[in-house]
Design a protein around this ligand. Sequence first.
Ligand SMILES: *Cc1c(COP(=O)(O)O)cnc(C)c1O
Length: 453
Amino acid sequence: MQTKYLLSENQIPTHWYNVIPDLPGPMSPVLHPGTRKPVTPADLLPLFPMGLIEQEMSPERWVKIPDEVREIYRIWRPSPLFRAHRLEKALGTPARIYYKYEGVSPAGSHKPNTAVPQAYYNKIGGTKRIASETGAGQWGSSIALACKMFGLECTVYMVKVSFEQKPYRKSMMQLWGAEVIASPSPRTNAGRGILARDPESQGSLGIAISEAVEDAATRDDTRYALGSVLNHVCMHQTVIGLEAKEQMKLAGDVPDVVIGCHGGGSNFAGIAFPFVADKATGSKVRLVAAEPSSCPTLTKGVYAFDYGDTAQMAPISHMYTLGHDFMPPGIHAGGLRYHGASPLVSQLVNAGVIEARAVGQLAVFEAAVTFARTEAIIPAPESSHAIRVAIDEALQAKEEGKEKVILFNLSGHGHVDMAAYDAYFSGKLEDFEYPAEKVKESLAHLPQVDFAK
Ligand SMILES: *Cc1c(COP(=O)(O)O)cnc(C)c1O
């Protein structure tokens, strides 16, 4: 029984797929946080190099991957596609389950797929140093690695609770040469402001973004990098889905449902966007984003204009949001804690092209354990949201006695997340009620914009 479907290095995609020309309608503009008018490329230049700004708004369906980027992709790409024979057997399902495995990258997740081209376009655009933020460290380690590959300096603002409780990815960043700072920090106005109000602040992704954006905006040699959400990030990740499509051909199957976990939207976009074009030409494939019920942006948020960060320094985007000052419950262990979502994923959800599903933390860890005990790979807690939905789809197929082809993205391994598994096994994790009051409160602070769609 063939288990792995492998491509050779010369089958690494030559182009990224850009979903913008295949959207069901025009894109909403991104607004300047100060003027609340559409941002221009000149507004973005202090933060991003021109190569990435052009990709952010590109009307081209296919964008060439630079040779220098493909050379580095060779270290781990093409990534394998697996048929989950053992999981299928354990579930007793007639469904055929496939997963694309991005844990083979040096950082252990899909994130280097975009960190490498981001560092490349910064290098050729004259940037000397990158400032960025990280939650649990997956993005920070990926951008640190990519900066090292292109000889850039790197500073990462790491959410304080993770800096203190999850030291191993901090060590990975340092190993790849980055400077790591606990956020909120006294280095920036944004950090000092938070610390003045709450010296014990444990930080949040929104705060860390504010610090990194301020750092980049106030230094000529420095630009900012974001690991998810933005259009160019989603585009870089489409190497996942483009390879998976070729591998599904080797397997002789066509997926009925494609699933990815959803934090800011990038790995989901990576596996799902290459199938959006097929839907436009009649394919019935379902595209399902899996998010945590404790931070249910796509399923319980509103589709509105909101800031990308807590301190209201990042641009305002049209997206599903829980409000820029929403903070997910502290003991939530599964990652995927961003208040907003990719504007591209949001627009496709709003148009009914993409479905979203929220899953509870305990059910997610139960799925992760089932997966590790059958397929052997230890999944990242984030990826396990996709596993949960894939298993639910397979169990539904069993109930209905139907064949079904399921493809999901296993966005990373969980080797550096064993503390979360430890918390699960020792009974310290719980499911959260949907934090309706907190969401209501933070949604009251959405910016008023005069842009009428
Ligand atoms: C960062 C991360 C995610 C969530 O980010 P997206 O941008 O939504 O993909 C998911 N899985 C893993 C393993 C991650 O490191």
